[in-house]
Design a protein around this ligand. Structure first.
Ligand code: KG4
Ligand code: ZN
Length: 341
């Protein structure tokens, strides 16, 4: 089954063709980062307008790269939520219009299920059951995964998501959007030990997270330095390193706890923050000690992309799941509401 996947939940227009027999045939992405940078974050109205502009040319490009024509496509998967409603509606309308014109089924896919399954596009994919750490701009969740659609939420953030904390911390130090890659780059030049930030909620049992206090610690430290006349690049890098270390260690402690609680030894990390090299190294070291394994996607499939939507959609479309032609998207959508296969 050849599935066209469309992703438009935020600031990336992603398109891909995934075939159940041959795997991923082609994928194309247009990132709106340059468009939103001037505003220090995503402007929803601009995001929607840009998705409208990019979608059809990207579909053409993906078909050409895969050496396919429209009539080869068996079904369409699109991101139906969670995300920005205006942006989601672009992908949903486009998917349903093409599905109607081509007389094929369409299916709305959960964005976080897409992220969660993205490591399965790689060689040596994870086997069920496993624990998943979902860390993106909008989510920080630990989930027990027993199969596609069988998700048990173990813990999540009470306030900011990990990616959001990276973005806000970077912004207050005058760094560009998105902050995650900027902080991780700056952290490479940082001096370890000059600043130490708290590891939130690690001193009590449970699998919940909280990152807003950590962001405030970084802000206070930056302001104290500036008040003392030090707003140097080195200080920025030292704060970036201390912040990243605090996030990484906190996530590692909670992942270890989740593995212990479930008795599992496989950990999947997914979402934009899973591209972070320090996080990967820390989790690999922890899983090495436990004789377990950590799985993640290539960096371009950690952040938003069409391939993960085509893949997740294909799994569901193959067992006959599809929708009528109504166009409905959801800004909020708990993953536990999904059905199994
Ligand atoms: O999954 P994603 O592309 O979009 C959402 O679904 O939210 O995640 C974007 C988030 C942003 O907050 C970005 O700063 C963060 O992922 N991110 C990173 C890195 N690359 C992207 N955070 C830390 N280190 C990175 N290398
Ligand atoms: Zn995402």
């Amino acid at each position: 089954m050849l599935v066209l996947g469309l992703e438009t939940s935020c600031d990336e227009t992603g398109v891909a063709l995934y075939d159940s027999e041959r795997g991923l045939l082609a994928d194309a992405l247009f990132s709106q980062i340059d468009l939103h940078r001037a505003y220090g974050g995503v402007v929803p109205e601009l995001a929607s307008r840009d998705h409208v502009k990019r979608m059809l040319p990207l579909i053409r490009q993906t078909l050409a790269e895969a050496d396919c024509v429209a009539t080869d496509i068996d079904a369409i998967a699109y991101t139906a939520g969670p995300g920005l409603v205006g942006a989601l509606l672009v992908g949903a309308s486009c998917a349903q219009a093409l599905a109607f014109a081509w007389d094929i089924p369409a299916l709305g896919v959960h964005h976080m299920e897409g992220h969660l399954l993205a490591p399965m596009l790689e060689e040596n994919p994870p086997q069920f059951p496993f624990v998943a750490l979902l860390v993106s701009g909008g989510h920080t969740q630990l989930v027990r995964v027993d199969g596609i659609g069988q998700y048990e939420l173990l813990g999540e953030t009470l306030d900011d998501a990990a990616g959001e904390a990276f973005d806000k911390t970077a912004k207050m130090m005058g760094m560009q959007y998105p902050g995650g890659p900027e902080i991780s780059k700056a952290a490479m030049q940082g001096v370890a030990g000059r600043f130490v930030f708290p590891r939130p909620m690690t001193d009590r049992p449970g699998l919940e997270f909280s990152f807003s206090g950590l962001k405030t610690s970084a802000l206070n430290t930056w302001q104290q330095c500036r008040n003392a006349g030090d707003d140097s690049e080195q200080t920025r890098c030292d704060i970036a390193l201390a912040f990243q270390q605090a996030v990484v260690e906190t996530l590692t402690i909670k992942c270890k706890r989740a593995l212990k609680q479930t008795g599992l030894k496989s950990l999947v990390i997914a979402g934009g923050v899973s591209a972070n090299k320090a996080l990967r190294a820390s989790l690999e070291s922890m899983l090495g000690d436990l004789r377990g394994h950590v799985y993640y996607a290539r960096p371009e499939f950690c952040t938003d992309n069409g391939a993960m939507i085509a893949f997740a959609g294909c799994q569901r479309l193959q067992v006959g799941q599809k929708e009528d032609l109504s166009i409905s998207v959801q800004a909020r959508w708990p993953m536990e509401q999904l059905s199994g296969l």
